[in-house]
Design a protein around this ligand. Structure first.
Ligand code: G3P
Ligand code: CA
Length: 278
């Protein structure tokens, strides 16, 4: 990534918008990702799940209940079912108080977002924007999530092919808590960097080592609060460190001071400002 200056001797972490600018707009909607791009995010994070008819959609939870006016598991619904739901009106913001008819007013704020549409948004951006795609509960699907993901990434030019120079490939990375999912992705597209997400620091990873083939460590911020030495260990082992979910100013400062490579945050604008980038 390009070096960014943030003061006392270290480059600032790059800023990744978690589920889009999800503090200001409903998570995983086109509106949230447009806002993240406007806010200057270096990269966009999204979670993906497979629908019953095999489409990858950007939804965090197993069920749609929390973030839409529908009910049920994403895996049991078809894309056409999801397209009838409102994924935005659950979230009120100071400038847009809750309005029951808002879904008719702004489909970008309320429609279900497919990964395909998000890839289009990234491709059409007027500057380079990276994408970090997280596979959710991939073990249920015996490889289908990864297969579909690589097919889509390939279609959008993110995989290596003869005659497709690496420098021209937009930067996409894949993330997962599942080493098995990352392994499948590496087999299909070894050129795409992978991020191993960790909720806890297990003895196996304490020294900075990661599952084979993984280049980036993805610890939760709680790991860094308890084990700040982890960043240096991971760096010494040759890995970059991308930390989630970094929203509080003291956590942003901790990541900056430890030399973290990327912070994944719901508030890209405020974090960039704190880092002296915006
Ligand atoms: O970016 C990683 C982070 O998103 C993992 O946690 O639950 O927000 O998907 P979660
Ligand atoms: Ca995620």
């Amino acid at each position: 990534r390009p070096a960014q200056d943030s003061g006392p001797g270290r480059p600032a972490p790059s800023v990744v918008a978690h589920r889009g600018a999800s503090e200001d707009a409903p998570e995983h909607t086109l509106a949230a990702y447009r806002k993240a791009i406007e806010d200057g995010a270096d990269a966009l994070e999204c979670d993906v799940r497979l629908t019953a008819d095999g489409h990858l959609v950007c939804v965090h939870d197993r069920r749609v209940n929390r973030t839409s006016n529908g009910r049920g598991a994403v895996s049991a619904l078809e894309l056409a079912d999801l397209a009838t739901l409102d994924f935005g009106s659950w979230k009120a913001t100071p400038d847009e108080p809750e309005a029951p008819d808002r879904r008719y007013a702004d489909p970008e704020r309320t429609g279900v977002l497919t990964l395909e549409r998000l890839l289009e948004l990234v491709a059409d951006a007027d500057r380079r924007v990276e994408l970090a795609v997280e596979t959710k509960h991939p073990t249920r699907w015996a490889g289908q999530v990864e297969e579909r993901l690589v097919t889509l990434l390939d279609r959008f030019g993110h995989t290596a092919r003869p005659g497709r120079p690496a420098a021209e490939r937009p930067a996409v990375r894949v993330m997962s808590f599942s080493a098995r999912s990352l392994h499948r992705l590496q087999l299909a597209a070894p050129e795409i960097p992978s991020v191993y997400l960790m909720q806890f620091l297990t003895p196996r990873h304490r020294d900075g080592r990661l599952p084979s083939g993984v280049s980036i460590a993805g610890p939760g911020i709680r790991i860094l609060r308890a084990h700040p030495e982890y960043v240096e260990r991971a760096h010494r082992a040759g890995h970059r460190v991308h930390v989630w979910t970094v929203n509080e100013p003291e956590d942003v400062a901790l990541c900056r001071d430890l030399g973290v490579d990327a912070v994944i945050t719901n508030r890209p604008k405020q974090v960039r400002k704190q880092l002296g980038l915006g």
